[in-house]
Design a protein around this ligand. Structure first.
Ligand SMILES: Cc1ncc(C[n+]2csc(CCOP(=O)(O)OP(=O)(O)O)c2C)c(N)n1
Ligand SMILES: [Mg+2]
Length: 281
């Protein structure tokens, strides 16, 4: 662990809150984007970048780094905000989100050269295939880095996810860890109404994966689970992280309308005030 990283759950939650504030600010400035899922992943991203990942913001191309593949490109504001707070690029650049010629496009675009972006994404259902390829390459080269892939639960309705899941198990990719943002919601409402996913743990198990279900807003549970995964030596792992869309802002929590909405100026002031009051930030 590097000096700027921490395994203290309280610190990780404080960092997550700062990430949430930056998400609201940058999306308000942009005037469009996806607030709900970005907010619900803040605790997971804080844990990943400030504790779990072997990474170096000053050397983002380090060949031994753990790779984070964001398959749900629409929630990229959480990745941008986390990378900025971790020191990959200046926090002020977050204000250029979705602007012409910005390195921070509405979906991650690797060719823009923003440090820390491992994959261009936006079309759902592709990230696990890319992650599987990266993990297979790592194993073939006897490398020790890990590949983390962030998936949405609605995204699991894409058939390509399950082809990748089958391949990863076939190749015994124990260096591959998928994290599913199990917020129970997608654009059109509840996942279970749009296209039933349950029993989700059984599905992944039957594809040969090691499966965990955690509270996605509890750093201790995520850190403990990743420690357990370290001991696994034959299979890929998936963490079903139960989250609440819009987490942190009471008025929008659990409301699928905020999947792809941003606050107006007054709402933004109100939301940021609520977040700042949580940790006196
Ligand atoms: C192949 C593809 N189909 C449809 C979309 C449009 N789309 C963007 S986000 C989304 C909902 C995905 O649901 P989920 O993964 O649960 O994300 P959440 O709403 O929880 O952020 C859809 C259908 C897309 N980006 N790619
Ligand atoms: Mg969802």
């Amino acid at each position: 662990m590097q000096s700027w990283q921490t395994s203290d759950p309280e610190q990780l939650l404080k960092i997550a809150n700062k990430i949430r504030i930056s998400i609201v600010e940058s999306l308000t400035e942009a005037g469009s984007g996806h607030l709900g899922g970005s907010l619900d992943l803040a605790d997971i991203f804080s844990c990943l970048y400030f504790c779990i990942l072997k990474n170096d913001p000053k050397n983002p191309g380090w060949s031994d780094r753990d790779r984070l593949v964001l398959s749900i490109g629409h929630v990229v504001p959480v990745l941008y905000a986390t990378l900025a707070h971790a020191g990959y690029f200046p926090i002020e650049e977050l204000n250029t989100l979705r602007k012409l010629n910005s390195r921070l496009q509405g979906h991650p675009a690797r060719d823009r050269g923003l440090p820390g972006i491992e994959l261009s994404a936006g079309s759902l259902g592709q990230g696990l295939s890319v992650g599987t390829g990266m993990a297979l390459a790592g194993k073939s080269d006897h490398r020790t880095h890990r590949i983390f892939v962030i998936l949405g639960d609605g995204e699991l309705q894409e058939g390509s996810v399950w082809e990748a899941a089958m391949s990863a198990a076939h190749y015994h990719l124990d260096n591959l860890i998928a994290i599913v943002d199990r917020n129970g919601l997608q654009i059109d409402g509840r996942t279970e109404n749009v296209m039933k996913l349950e029993p989700l743990m059984d599905k992944w198990r039957s594809f040969g994966w090691l499966v965990f279900s955690i509270d996605g807003h509890n750093p201790e549970q995520l850190l403990e689970t990743v420690k357990m995964i370290q001991l696994e030596k034959n299979r890929p792992s998936v963490i079903l992280a139960n989250t609440c869309m819009g987490k942190g802002i009471l008025r929008i929590e659990g409301d699928p309308h905020w999947h792809g909405k941003v606050p107006n100026k007054e709402e933004s002031i109100e939301f940021i005030e609520e977040l700042k009051n949580k940790f006196n930030q």
